[in-house]
Design a protein around this ligand. Structure first.
Ligand code: FAD
Ligand code: DLZ
Length: 521
């Protein structure tokens, strides 16, 4: 009477809903498969992280006495897709039923539903309750709201969990300290990320990734991701002890060569199931109550997890599969080759973000939103190419969290569901928040001309292109007024420079153009 529970690479939690339902004689199936590892050009570190964490979790289950069928990528009988592995195991072991916690991607959920329809044993897809908000609660939040906003949702979850609450009031008297979280980093030391010794199991995975996915983006050289629950807890502890206190102040800062600043580096662990989001928020809350971190830091951090993370997941499941087809600003320009190779761009901000991405399968939020995301938005990069890029290159990228952040927050392609206005900015914003512009060959103070920062003319070109759409948006009124003040000559110069930039990038894959003479001027 044994049943089988398939555990996916991002379901590595002891309290997974399917695992909680298992009886002692039920089995677990875990499978490393080619189809999941190649549906986008995943970064080598992402594949290595998932396989290494899966193998460690399988070992943990085995040690607890559970029967585990673990299929390695290189096993000769591996049929290389999750659905065919379910069918193969069903044929071989004649299980009495299947239990699967719902996957975090619409694509996989539909595939499982198709398998369920064809198997002649029960096949239960269970809700993934490793979140603070259920699907039903989120639907209830959405119902009757024309314009859902994260802030309203966030307050509701604060009330429900009691996190940073004093009775019915927020601790400190304010719900949101975002205004205190926009400091530029003016120097000083920042903690280095924890690095773990790789055991035999992880080293074996690295060898598989190098040999089978050698052509994939990125390098394994600087791998610092935790692959076990213990390592994930160590990263969380290091964050609380050495980073959290400054997290708020420098949440939006950008610093050359400083790839992680005071960020927590826990997204992979949360998304894989090595850390529990509520427990993480409680640990941060304790740090506030013990006087180890100020309210702007702790509230800012908790808002990301209890607010944004839960909110984007809710939107994903509420609006998929139609959400993925949205392209509200009709963005069609091909993604430049420099998104895959930082040597191909002279824009220091982009080059730094792509380098960090290539070396670590990581970039912090402002690099993702205001550097690569902002560029993709104002240059009008094709939505599907951009969302595929984000899904591929970050170790923490799973569609339920990646898609609303990219298509909605960064590209404003969802018609304003994620945000009431686009996060578009010129080089001025990047200059204010970073030290990038000082060392850049482009001049951030120039709007047009051969040495002007491309973020400047692309920004104005973007506003001109969407003038009609944005004119009716009250939150864009101030910025649109600047366009009205611009003379036709200036507008023409902006248009010409933006077109020339795009043509150069299309033809050469690079924006390099400055001659020695230009640089000397
Ligand atoms: P910290 O800055 O320390 O933040 C703490 C935690 O808050 C994160 O670990 C994460 O779990 C959560 N968080 C913060 N912001 C968000 C957000 N906007 N949405 C959801 N959770 C958030 N996050 C992912 O986990 N996977 C993705 O694929 C992903 N893609 C993104 C794409 C774009 C275009 C943008 C703008 C953001 C994306 N994010 C994504 C959100 C955020 O950038 C990352 O969660 C964060 O950079 C991870 O680093 P960290 O753990 O050091 O985060
Ligand atoms: C992302 C990923 C990769 C690269 N490989 C596997 C795998 O071999 N086996 C597996 O079970 N899961 C993998 N995953 C994670 C799945 O793609 C993930 O469960 C879905 O993206 C849903 O979030």
């Amino acid at each position: 009477m044994a049943r089988c529970c398939l555990i996916l690479g991002d379901q590595l939690s002891d309290n997974l809903s399917s695992l909680r339902m298992l009886r002692p004689d039920d089995a677990v199936l875990m499978a490393e498969v080619w189809s999941e590892a190649t549906y986008v050009n995943h970064h080598k570190q992402k594949i290595a992280l998932i396989f290494a964490a899966m193998r460690h979790f399988a070992a943990r289950l085995l040690a607890s006495g559970r029967e585990v069928h673990y299929v390695k990528l290189t096993d000769s009988e591996n049929t290389q897709s999750l659905c065919t592995e379910i069918r193969r195991h069903q044929e071989q072991y004649q299980f009495d039923g299947w239990l699967i916690t719902e996957p975090g991607e619409w694509r996989l959920r539909s595939e499982f539903e198709a398998v369920a329809a064809e198997l002649d044993v029960p096949f239960d897809l269970l809700e993934d309750d490793r979140f603070m908000t259920s699907h039903a609660e989120f639907s209830e939040f959405l119902s009757g709201r024309k314009q859902p906003r994260m802030e309203h949702f966030y307050r509701q979850v604060r009330r429900k969990t009691g996190l940073l609450m004093e009775g019915t009031e927020p601790v400190g008297g304010q719900w949101n300290y975002d205004h205190d979280n926009r400091k530029r980093f003016s120097g000083g030391s920042t903690p280095a990320p924890l690095v773990f010794d790789h055991d035999d199991l992880t080293r074996e995975v690295f060898a598989v990734v190098e040999s089978r996915f050698g052509s994939h983006f990125g390098t394994l050289d600087h791998f610092f991701w935790p692959v076990t629950h213990a390592q994930a807890n160590a990263v969380l502890e290091e964050f609380i002890a050495h980073r959290l206190a400054h997290f708020g102040d420098y949440q939006d800062a950008l610093v050359s060569g400083n790839d992680t600043l005071f960020h927590s580096l826990i997204s992979t662990s949360l998304n894989l199931g090595l850390l529990d989001p509520l427990a993480v928020c409680r640990a941060a809350e304790r740090a506030f109550h013990d006087g180890r971190a100020p309210i702007n830091a702790v509230e800012g951090f908790i808002r990301q997890i209890l607010g944004w993370r839960e909110y984007v997941r809710g939107l994903y499941w509420a609006y998929m599969p139609e959400y993925k087809t949205r392209n509200g600003l009709d963005a069609q320009w091909p993604l430049p080759a420099f998104f895959w190779d930082e040597q191909l761009t002279e824009m220091r901000c982009i080059s730094e973000a792509v380098r960090n991405t290539r070396e670590h399968a990581y970039a912090h939020h402002i690099q993702r939103l205001m550097v690569t995301g902002n560029f993709a938005l104002i240059a009008g990069c094709a939505v599907e190419a951009v969302t595929d890029w984000y899904l591929a290159v970050y170790a923490d990228a799973f569609e339920w969290v990646e898609l609303p952040n990219t298509l909605g927050m960064a590209l404003f392609a969802d018609g304003g569901l994620m945000g009431s206005k686009p996060y578009c900015a010129s080089g001025k914003y990047i200059d204010r928040m970073s030290d990038y512009c000082k060392g850049c060959v482009y001049q951030v103070k120039e709007t047009t001309g051969p040495t002007a920062c491309p973020m400047n003319y692309l920004y104005w070109d973007f506003l001109l292109t969407h003038r009609e759409t944005f004119s009716s948006n009250p939150r864009m009124a101030m910025v649109m007024k600047n366009l009205d003040r611009m003379d036709t000559e200036k507008i023409q110069a902006i248009r010409d420079d933006a077109r020339a930039f795009k043509t150069r990038v299309e033809n050469t894959g690079s924006d390099r153009q400055l001659t020695t003479q230009d640089r000397l001027l």
